[in-house]
Design a binder for this molecule. Structure first.
Ligand SMILES: [Zn+2]
Ligand SMILES: [Zn+2]
Length: 332
């Protein structure tokens, strides 16, 4: 099923004519629970990975005191998905209770020093994702992360690579994975994608000062929030990005080469907020629970980074330069 963002409920460029030249394309991924294969674009799905290429691994020492078993997290997820179609009073059976308990955090001696194979976050084929930034000759973007996210610098170990799918002949199988992860919220549940290109405007800190002052006054007058209409929520490619909560406030981070980076990939929160004043809830999801801020269990990737989003930027000078990852406070 496709996902369609409704026509914008408010034409921001009519309210603020200065925005006219600031609209940018962004591709909403609309991740939904599914069974993607290596041949599909996915979140949390298996990656098309060459047999001869080493799987990326995080070798930092992780200061954690509790972990969860990855297999137990998966089993609990499958159970929750199955449960969503069953009446409450049958829940849980003793067997189900055992599954739930197995996924409880377990104490471990800290730090955890085993090398950690990274987890697949996303794989995106250029044919599926309009506007996907890709080096010449490549048609597949793959993103992985370390499931022990709370590194000393607060930035998860993100691994980004592009490749040509046609050049992958022998597949690595099975894909390596860590026996334990820091929290169940750091396991991306398998999702298929329904990419859709829309447009968005800059968040307030990225606006020219005089426009921002008018936005502030408008918000005070109307009681509405500009950002709810301007910035597409959820997981997405490109666009304006969000606003880094650290570093050069309001500006995209710089690459080591000095160039200003461009938004590549956003690991966002829900696809719409509770009241959805911004009108981002896809038409096909009109019947979803009104009060829900996030897609329900089994509907999405299940990643929870608290009030933060993760934004990956790439260097427009060269795809060889390492991408920059920032954590972004959700300002809705
Ligand atoms: Zn790590
Ligand atoms: Zn660079």
């Amino acid at each position: 099923m496709t996902r369609t963002t409704p026509p914008r409920p408010l034409d921001l460029a009519a309210v603020f004519p200065e925005l006219a030249g600031l609209s940018r394309s962004v591709t909403r991924l609309h991740s939904r629970s599914g069974m993607p294969t290596v041949g599909d674009s996915s979140v949390g799905g298996p990656l098309l990975w060459p047999q001869e290429e080493p799987w990326p691994t995080c070798t930092r020492s992780h200061e954690v005191y509790e972990v969860v078993e990855l297999e137990a997290v998966r089993a609990e997820y499958r159970l929750m998905v199955a449960r969503s179609s069953r009446p409450e009073d049958e829940w849980p059976t003793p067997e189900e209770q055992a599954i739930l308990e197995r996924s409880d955090p377990k104490m471990i001696p800290s730090p955890y020093t085993d090398p950690v194979p990274l987890l697949p976050v996303a794989q995106l084929y250029a044919r599926d994702v309009p506007g996907l930034p890709c080096p010449e000759g490549a048609d597949l973007l793959q993103i992985l992360w370390c499931p022990f996210i709370d590194h000393d610098d607060g930035i998860p170990a993100i691994h980004v690579c592009w490749r040509s799918a046609g050049q992958v002949t022998a597949l690595l199988s099975p894909l390596p994975e860590p026996p334990v992860i820091e929290r169940e919220d750091y396991w991306p549940a398998p999702c298929v994608l329904h990419p859709e290109q829309v447009s968005e405007y800059p968040a307030p800190p990225q606006l020219p000062a005089e426009v921002r002052a008018r936005v502030d006054a408008w918000q005070e007058d109307t009681g509405r929030y500009y950002i709810q209409f301007a910035v597409a929520p959820g997981w997405k490619i490109g666009g304006w990005g969000a606003v880094p909560s650290d570093g050069d406030y309001g500006n995209p981070p710089r690459c080591g080469c000095g160039a200003v980076t461009a938004p590549l990939f956003t690991i966002g929160l829900g696809e719409w907020n509770g009241g959805d004043e911004g009108g981002w809830r896809p038409l096909e999801d009109a019947d979803a629970d009104e009060r829900r801020c996030y897609p329900a269990v089994g509907d999405g990737p299940m990643i929870d980074l608290g009030d933060e989003q993760l934004q990956i930027y790439y260097c427009p000078q060269s795809y060889e330069h390492p991408p920059v990852t920032v954590r972004v406070y959700q300002t809705l």
